[in-house]
Every structure is written in C-alpha cells, then in structure tokens.
Design a protein around this ligand. Structure first.
Ligand code: NAD
Ligand code: ZN
Length: 357
C-alpha cells in the first residue's frame, strides 16, 4: 500500500497571483519571519515581480533556466538562503515553469535535510518535511505543480527527489501568467502533458484513479492542440488544468517508453524535457500508435518543425551512455511492458530508436 499525499491548497483563477502576499502572510507569525521567492529570470524587469509584492524581510532570487536544474544549483541555493538571516524562511515560492518549480520543491527539502541534494535522488530518501512551498506555474504542461518529484540532473544521473514531502503545499494557477508563452516552447511543454496522458493510459500500472485524471487531462490537451478554433485565452485555462490533472495521473500511474528515452536525450545532449519528449515520441508509433498519430496532427496544426538527426554525430560511448541512462529507468519500462520488460525491449532496440532521432 502507498498512502499518497496530495497538494494541500490550490487557487485557480485569472489574477489570483496578486493575492500571494495574503497567502504568505498566513505563514508568518513572528516579526522576523520571511519568505524567499525563486523566480524564472525571464521575469527580471517584468511587471510580474511588482505584482508579487515582495515585502519586508522577504528575498527574491532570479533563476536561470538555460540548463535544467542541477543538484549543484540546489546546494548553492540552500547555502545562500540559510545564510540570509541564520534561520530558515517560513515559505519558499517558485515562480516559473517545471524547472523553477522543481528548484523550489528541492530547495525547500534541502533546507531541512542534512547533506547534498544528489544524496537524495531516488525514492523516499528524504527524512524531514521541507519549508512551506508555494508554486506558481508560468508555463503549463509538466505537472510539476502537483507531482511528488523534483527532477534534478546530478553528477551521475538525471533523477527526481521523489517522496510525499516533495509535493508542494500550495499552488496558484493563474492563466494570465501563461498567456504570452511563445511557440515552440508552449508546444513542447504542452506536449509533455499530452505525452503524460498517453503514457499513463498505456501500460501495466493502470488503475481507475490514474485513468480518470489521465483521460480528463488528455481530453483537455486535445481541445487545446487539435481544435483550430479555440481562443488562446480559453486554451490557456484548459492547458493549466490539463497539466494539473496530468501530474495527478502520474501519481497513480507512470510514464513509459517516451520518458525513458527522453531522459537519455536530456542527460547526454542537455536537451530540455519538453523538446526531448517530442523528439523521442515522434518515432514511437510502434508503442503508442494513436498517440503518435494525433501528435503528428498537432505538429502540423501548430507549424512545429522538430530538430532532426540529433544523435547523428554522437560517439559510441555517448550513445551507449544514453542507452544506459534510459535502460536504468526500470519503473518506466515496467509500466510500459510489465515486470518481464527486459524480454520485451533490448538495449539494441533502444539504440536503434536513438539512431533514428
Ligand atoms: P522550463 O521551466 O524549463 O522553461 C522553459 C522556458 O520557458 C524557459 O526559457 C523559461 O524562461 C520560459 N518561460 C517560462 N515562463 C514563461 C512565460 N510566461 N513566458 C515566456 N517564457 C516563459 O520549462 P518546462 O517545460 O515547464 O519545465 C521543464 C523542466 O520540468 C525540466 O527540468 C523537467 O525535468 C521538469 N519536469 C518536472 C516534472 C515533475 O513532475 N517534477 C515533470 C516533467 C518535467
Ligand atoms: Zn514529462
């Protein structure tokens, strides 16, 4: 039995991000209490920062998303935040996409747990509850706003700090924040959500709870990306909910072949998660026939041209590292093919898939 932890509180509605200081004030009980905002550096010099109303002893740090979050970044942030006043903040806020939300979730945990972030990459390794965490997505699709993992690239692997404590305490879903996300980034991150739905609904770990969240998420994704007549405003609200539902579907189900391959691509080529998923999914008709067919329609509708031949110039050792990275994700293959997955797909087949990309 696993006794799943859900997100404690959720605000949904346009304009609600302006209420964040009210939410944070509720966490403050002493004069010196403070919050730390981790904000995607895309918003440096943008209006959003004043809307957040950072006040008093509160601090903010802009986070670069050029690279996906690393364990090293989390260790640096943990040291910096501990050194501000010599005591911990009462709340940590992550404003951004999956990268910054994961940075917020992981840093919140490392502030209350000894050691280095890479020591906690894996399942249920964290001992203490983190600092109160609030996440505010500014781009939708990953489901990081509700999920029980904070995905980090460490010295030896890309793997989440995954446990009940990783689930954020509060999420604010304000679609105003995602209205201006440009393509192709909006598409890539949105497809992460679509692929979560396809993979959650195709595999051996399925159950009615995961299916219900997955089906609704997928239905919303199709409205957003297949309906040519939907307005951007309508689409963005739906995408925000789809991402949330997609994240929940993975609590009860699991991702599969595409995500395993995508982790290999990201680890070796430093490709971001959304685009890496798209590059891999494009060649997975054999495993997800209806999903890949719809995905091709979505590419056409949104005029997205995917990079090609990304593995063409890799050395044997790089390709092999990619294969080993993907092959090590036992839980994803187990969901996709069952306990005897090693009899269903070989390292050679994985290598051939990579060479097509
Ligand atoms: P991201 O957070 O990496 O951001 C992508 C780009 O979008 C960045 O350049 C960012 O500056 C920009 N951006 C963000 N908001 C914007 C806005 N409102 N307008 C314009 N640009 C904006 O992208 P992502 O796809 O949301 O997240 C990917 C990360 O999420 C990866 O690190 C991946 O490993 C992680 N992830 C985590 C989970 C989880 O459950 N924890 C699930 C899937 C992916
Ligand atoms: Zn994903």
């Amino acid at each position: 039995m696993r006794n799943f932890k859900s997100i404690d509180r959720m605000v949904f509605g346009r304009g609600t991000v302006a209420k964040i200081s009210e939410i944070i004030t509720k966490q403050k009980s002493k004069e010196n209490d403070f919050a730390v905002y981790l904000i995607d550096d895309f918003f440096e010099n943008k209006n959003l920062v004043s809307t957040l109303n950072v006040e008093g002893k509160d601090k903010y740090i802009f986070i670069s998303t050029i690279d996906e979050p690393t364990t090293e970044l989390i260790d640096q942030l943990t040291l910096k935040i501990r050194s501000y006043y010599g005591f911990l903040p009462v709340a940590l806020v992550g404003v951004g996409g999956g990268s910054v939300m994961d940075v917020c979730k992981a840093t919140s945990l490392m502030l209350t747990n000894e050691g280095k972030a890479h020591e906690y990459q894996g399942l249920d390794l964290i001992r203490n509850k983190g600092v109160y965490s609030i996440v505010v997505p500014t781009i939708s699709g990953t489901g990081a706003e509700v999920s029980m993992t904070a995905v980090l690239t460490g010295p030896t692997k890309k793997l989440g700090i995954k446990c009940d404590f990783t689930v954020p305490d509060q999420v604010i879903l304000d679609a105003n924040l995602i209205d201006d996300v440009p393509n192709p980034q909006r598409f890539y991150t949105g497809m992460d959500c679509y692929i979560h739905g396809v993979e959650a609904l195709t595999g051996t770990w399925r159950n009615p709870m995961g299916d219900s969240f997955g089906e609704k998420s997928l239905e919303l994704c199709k409205e957003v990306f297949l309906n040519k007549n939907i307005s951007r405003a309508d689409a963005d609200e739906k995408l925000m909910v789809a991402s949330y539902m997609g994240g929940l579907s993975l609590t009860y189900s699991q991702v599969g072949v595409c995500h395993a391959l995508s982790y290999g691509l990201s680890y070796v080529l430093h490709l971001h998660h959304g685009i890496a998923n798209c590059i891999a999914f494009n060649y997975l008709q054999k495993y997800y026939p209806w999903g890949v067919e719809e995905f091709h329609q979505m590419l056409d509708i949104h005029n997205i041209v995917l990079p090609k031949d990304v593995c063409k110039n890799l050395s044997d050792s790089e390709i092999n590292l990619m294969v080993e990275t993907a092959y090590a994700l036992d839980h994803m293959w187990d969901h996709a093919f069952g306990k005897d997955w090693k009899t269903k797909i070989s390292k050679q087949e994985i290598k051939e898939l990579y060479l097509k990309m």
